[in-house]
Write a protein that binds this ligand. Structure first.
Ligand code: FAD
Length: 335
């Protein structure tokens, strides 16, 4: 049985900072996340937005902050398992067993940094979408080169849709941006850049009515939502960037005390289950504020008390990082 010192459920800012601290404290770390990428809400919900309330950063793009937090977390080489949703958790008082959609993992302690729960991309309930998902209909882009020279329909009006329309315009022959309104919830400069890009065509006030194709996407029918008819356009891919829904779902069935849709913790970030800690957006305690700055502080508290749980001789206080050499390299961030 492969026994980790700490299994971290969720690779958002809380989980990433916890992974760094656990590495610093000599713990063997497993990070599990249901998404195909680390970074949590920063990477998934608002990568192109600036954050203004991180200590030391007058402003920083969420995407850049996530990248730096990932680099910091990876210094001690934790095991990272992506696209694994933790569905079950039980503690026998000595170790915690975690069941995911792919495997069973064991750790001496667990830390829940699951934010608002496992994210699922929102999809469309129209003919052809279920059948052609994975066959030209996608909710993520893993490899841009797949779209080289293709005609790509991007659906959505938020940061992800705008950002990917711009990004793919460098690869695709044509990007057709479909949105049901004429206003976008995206970084203004990026929207302007899209309007100026000759490879991007806008189809506004349109909604996808049907996606056509046999083994692959071949065309999409768009309906004008102001009763100006329909059109069917040939295309090779339909990318749906319609946001994400989050579900605390399975976490509620693990026997933890839950209050305000969150996991109740004490001042050590200990939950009501032995050897299970929690931090970040997922927790509730008196004085809880759901921010990155407070969540990463909770993660540091949780890991240091977890270390002391595993080894009562280990001090809770980790020492100052400024007095410890970095394991690989020091992280420098250009601002
Ligand atoms: P999350 O970032 O939510 O990460 C949790 C991770 O856990 C996710 O990756 C999820 O996939 C994973 N997960 C959940 N359940 C499971 C499971 N069962 N199995 C496996 N993985 C699971 N905060 C600020 O401080 N300043 C800001 O300016 C700011 N702006 C924001 C703007 C927007 C639009 C939004 C939506 C939020 C903003 N926030 C901001 C809030 C901030 O992003 C959150 O406080 C922060 O992301 C919480 O970090 P976390 O690690 O607790 O959770």
């Amino acid at each position: 049985m492969d026994l980790y010192d700490i299994a971290i459920i969720g690779g958002g800012p809380g989980g990433l900072f916890a992974a760094y601290y656990a590495g610093l404290r000599g713990m063997r770390v497993l990070i599990l996340d249901s998404l195909p990428t680390l970074g949590g809400q920063l990477a998934t919900l608002y990568p192109e937005k600036f954050i203004y309330d991180m200590p030391g950063f007058p402003k920083v793009l969420a995407r850049d902050l996530a990248a730096n937090m990932i680099e910091q977390a990876m210094q001690y080489e934790p095991t990272v398992r992506l696209e694994e949703t933790v569905t079950g958790l039980c503690s026998d008082g000595e170790k915690v067993t975690l069941t995911t959609n792919k495997a069973v993992h064991h750790a001496r302690v667990a830390l829940i940094t699951a934010g608002v729960g496992a994210f699922e991309p929102k999809t469309l309930d129209v003919p052809g979408v279920r059948e052609l998902t994975g066959k030209g209909i996608e909710h993520y882009v893993n490899d841009k080169s797949v779209y080289d020279g293709k005609r790509v329909v991007v659906v959505g009006g938020g940061d992800s849709a705008i950002d990917w329309a711009l990004n793919l315009a460098g690869n695709a022959a044509e990007v057709i941006l479909v949105h049901r309104r004429d206003a976008f919830r995206a970084h203004e400069e990026s929207v302007v850049a899209c309007t100026r890009n000759p490879r991007i065509t806008f189809k506004l006030f349109r909604e996808v009515k049907e996606v056509h194709g046999v083994d692959r996407v071949e065309a999409v029918t768009l309906a004008h939502n102001r009763n100006l008819g329909e059109e069917t356009i040939g295309c090779d891919a339909v990318l749906l960037f319609l946001g994400f829904s989050a579900d605390l779902g399975p976490i509620k069935s693990w026997g933890l005390e839950i209050s305000r849709n969150s996991v109740v913790v004490d001042e050590h970030m200990q939950t009501t289950i032995a050897r299970v800690f929690a931090a970040g957006d997922v927790v509730w305690h008196e004085g809880k504020i759901k921010l990155i700055a407070t969540g990463v502080g909770e993660a540091a508290i949780a890991v240091n008390f977890a270390k002391n749980t595993l080894d009562p001789k280990a001090l809770v206080f980790p020492g100052h990082s400024s007095e410890i050499n970095s394991p690989t390299r020091s992280v420098s961030v250009e601002i």
